[in-house]
Write a protein that binds this ligand. Structure first.
Ligand SMILES: [Zn+2]
Length: 225
């Protein structure tokens, strides 16, 4: 994941891996949607908050329309659903159309709402059938199942990010994945997977309670806030 610097007093980015919306802290991953907020005072003295949309490109965050942002979110959401067999958090079906299109509402916060239209053409499949086959997301930070952290039980797992072995006893991060409907994990080195967990409350990770105080400290030092 390549990060792009972005300075803004008040901005959020939509994490396509978790569909949570953490605050921007100096940088965002390339390809993500960025919401920049500004407080404006109207002539009447009333204060309102405006949102500007952007997408993180290699050379910075570029302004785009909300429609374009929604189209990118739609693509990220389909990828998420296909890879995880699950609904992203904060998303629900609002309407089903006779032509097979389905309208979803994605609300990453109380103030932000995207209407996502999935058509059979975009999905390459029957939308209702596909959505019915997905597991319901729980509300654990946008993850249908929480991510896991643990010292590697053997030296035989391979990091899905860098494809190198994870040595026995080294902390590894488990990305929930589903095989035949069963929960399993794709492992990453702590260092390689740390950005996936940016902003996630560490005590919500599966396995956190079993870590030693030293391991908890190591985790806290590596995972960005
Ligand atoms: Zn790695």
């Amino acid at each position: 994941m390549k990060w792009v610097e972005y300075e803004a007093d008040w901005a959020y980015w939509i994490n396509p891996v978790t569909f949570r919306m953490p605050r921007v802290k100096k940088a965002v991953p390339e390809g993500v949607i960025v919401l920049t907020k500004e407080r404006e005072t109207l002539d009447t003295g009333q204060s309102i908050i405006t949102t500007k949309y952007g997408v993180a490109k290699e050379d910075g965050v570029k302004s785009i329309s909300k429609n374009s942002a929604t189209t990118i979110i739609l693509q990220q959401m389909i990828k998420y659903m296909k890879e995880r067999n699950a609904y992203p958090t904060n998303t629900e079906i609002v309407r089903e159309y006779a032509n097979g299109n389905v309208e979803l509402e994605y609300k990453p916060s109380n103030y932000d709402r995207f209407v996502i239209k999935i058509s059979p053409e975009i999905l390459g499949d029957d939308v209702i059938q596909f959505l019915d086959s997905l597991a319901d997301a729980s509300d654990i930070d946008g993850m249908p199942d929480p991510w896991k952290v643990e010292p590697a039980k053997s030296g035989r797992s391979t990091c899905r990010t860098c494809e190198q072995m994870i040595s026995k006893g080294g902390l590894r991060i488990g990305e929930p994945s589903y095989y035949d409907g069963k929960l399993t994990y794709k492992w990453h080195h702590l260092e390689c997977g740390k950005d996936f967990l940016r902003g996630v409350p560490l005590e919500k990770l599966a396995g956190y309670d079993e870590l030693s105080p030293d391991e908890k400290r190591e985790l806290e030092e590596v995972i960005p806030e």
